[in-house]
Design a protein around this ligand. Structure first.
Ligand SMILES: Nc1ncnc2c1ncn2[C@@H]1O[C@H](COP(=O)(O)OP(=O)(O)O)[C@@H](O)[C@H]1O
Ligand SMILES: [Mg+2]
Length: 465
């Protein structure tokens, strides 16, 4: 039953078809009625028998009609794939609509459509064999209509159409479903090998997409997404570092390896990370296999979660200004230990270095920020190296561009739910971004750090088993 195909051929319009069916029904009834009536013709000799005979004939003709259609549909159920019923009428409707469109109707005359369904991945493939040549403009016009007629419930979304010489292939994938995380009852059945599940269809693969960024306005769900990723990272038995310059939500997660809130702490944290990076490179380079990754030498994945990067930058700049003033004030004081005036550049260059270099040593940077102008990290090439990009809430053109995307690459998406937006992942051969909803977390009365402890325990048990 897997990958069953069905080829649709356009023959009639839906209205014609209805007319056709009505005529057939009428003919069946008339024929069966007459047949039954004729078989008992001798009864008519007695005029009193006629009403009974007419009733009998009518029942007979209706039973015949019912049987014929019963067997017809039995045949269809047996012979055609299940989606025949779903798409036969919709494709008819589609071509009727297209036929009304002047520019399109000249090019599409009753074409053939081959429909395939991949049961395992739940992907529908429609191959439209056009008659005549289909030009670009015309296809764009058609694409939207095809999606809305074939999947009016929007339960499947279109991947980029693939153009062939005489046909176009439209691939429709099941819309991903949002994850609902029960934080009171976490189980260990969802530990994947260096992967983090994002929704029913997608994984964050730590090798393919080493770094990530979350952009979105206040209250769009960035910090909640960070919680989720921190918990999942704990389940993978990773070393976790947190930078929370706002001293807000994430500061309560004491069980991680290190939390930095002040400028000094942040500078120290990044020093430690750079040292860790260099130590890992040294082990790799001394080995016989310099192309291998750190995790292949027994190192854990390291995650650095930075909430509100713009605030981190702002606080560092303020510290530098303050320190400069203090140094000036104590310029004549011999015992005065000079305060650092380049915290900002130290932090930024560390982040840049880690983003550019740490792919092989499995250190992952996750940046959350309201806005991601290139100036934030010095250049746009840093941004391009953040291989998983999530944009939450309504997307402004500027924000879309900051993600390295154009407006045409945006999927249809609905941001009425908090935590909804779009996602882009490198190394996936995607042409367009996809709609995305962050996993839904329900803390109830639980303390975030107690939950983290549970996750760490599950991760440790998994490693030891
Ligand atoms: N994934 C989620 N699951 C449950 N609630 C969420 C989720 N994302 C956001 N929320 C709700 O929205 C509020 C704001 O989200 P938050 O992550 O703090 O936004 P941001 O960090 O972008 O300002 C949260 O306090 C929470 O009530
Ligand atoms: Mg936040």
């Amino acid at each position: 039953m897997k990958n069953k195909a069905y080829t649709f051929k356009k023959k009639r319009t839906n209205a014609d078809m209805l007319e056709h069916v009505m005529i057939i029904i009428f003919l069946i009834i008339i024929t069966a009625f007459s047949f039954r009536f004729y078989m008992s013709i001798d009864l008519i000799k007695n005029i009193n028998n006629i009403p009974q005979l007419a009733l009998d004939s009518l029942i007979f003709s209706l039973v015949t009609l019912f049987s014929i259609y019963f067997f017809k549909y039995m045949y269809l159920i047996m012979a055609k794939p299940w989606f025949f019923f779903r798409f036969n009428y919709r494709l008819n409707t589609l071509f009727e609509q297209l036929a009304k469109n002047q520019t399109v109707s000249k090019k599409i005359v009753f074409p053939k459509v081959k429909i395939l369904h991949d049961e395992k991945k739940d992907i529908f493939t429609f191959e439209f064999f056009w008659k005549g040549s289909a030009t670009n403009g015309f296809e764009q016009d058609v694409t939207h209509r095809i999606s809305s007629v074939l999947f009016p419930a929007e339960d499947y979304f279109l991947e980029e159409p693939i153009k062939k010489q005489a046909s176009t292939i439209f691939k429709y994938c099941r819309q991903p479903r949002r994850l609902k995380i029960n934080l009171q009852k976490i189980n260990n059945d969802t530990i994947y090998q260096r992967k983090i599940r994002l929704n029913s269809n997608l994984f964050w693969n730590l090798d393919k997409q080493p770094h990530a960024t979350l952009t979105g306005g206040t209250g769009s769900g960035k910090t909640m997404m960070l919680y989720y990723l921190i918990y999942e990272a704990a389940k993978l038995n990773s070393d976790i570092y947190i930078v929370d310059a706002k001293r807000a939500d994430l500061s309560t997660l004491h069980s991680v390896k290190k939390i930095a809130e002040t400028t000094d702490e942040i500078v120290l944290l990044f020093n430690e990370l750079i040292n860790e990076m260099n130590a890992r490179f040294e082990v790799i380079q001394k080995s016989n296999e310099p192309q291998k990754h750190a995790t292949e030498f027994g190192f854990n994945d390291v995650f650095v979660f930075i909430d509100e990067l713009a605030v981190v930058v702002e606080i560092a700049k303020t510290t530098d200004t303050d320190n400069k003033a203090l140094n000036k004030l104590h310029a004549r004081d011999k015992n005065w230990e000079k305060l650092s005036e380049d915290n900002y550049s130290k932090i930024i260059s560390s982040i840049r270095l880690l983003i550019f270099k740490s792919r092989q040593v499995n250190i992952h940077i996750v940046l959350a920020t309201q806005n991601f102008e290139a100036s934030l990290l010095g250049s746009s090439s840093v941004r391009d190296n953040l291989s998983m990009r999530i944009l939450l809430g309504n997307a402004s053109t500027v924000q879309v561009n900051q993600m390295g995307l154009t407006q045409e690459q945006l999927p249809l998406f609905d941001t009425s739910q908090i935590g909804a937006g779009i996602i882009w992942m490198d190394s996936m051969n995607w042409v367009n971004a996809r709609s995305f909803e962050t996993p839904y977390l329900n803390f109830r009365n639980l303390r975030p750090n107690d939950i983290l402890d549970n996750y760490f325990e599950i991760g440790r048990k998994h490693v030891n088993s």
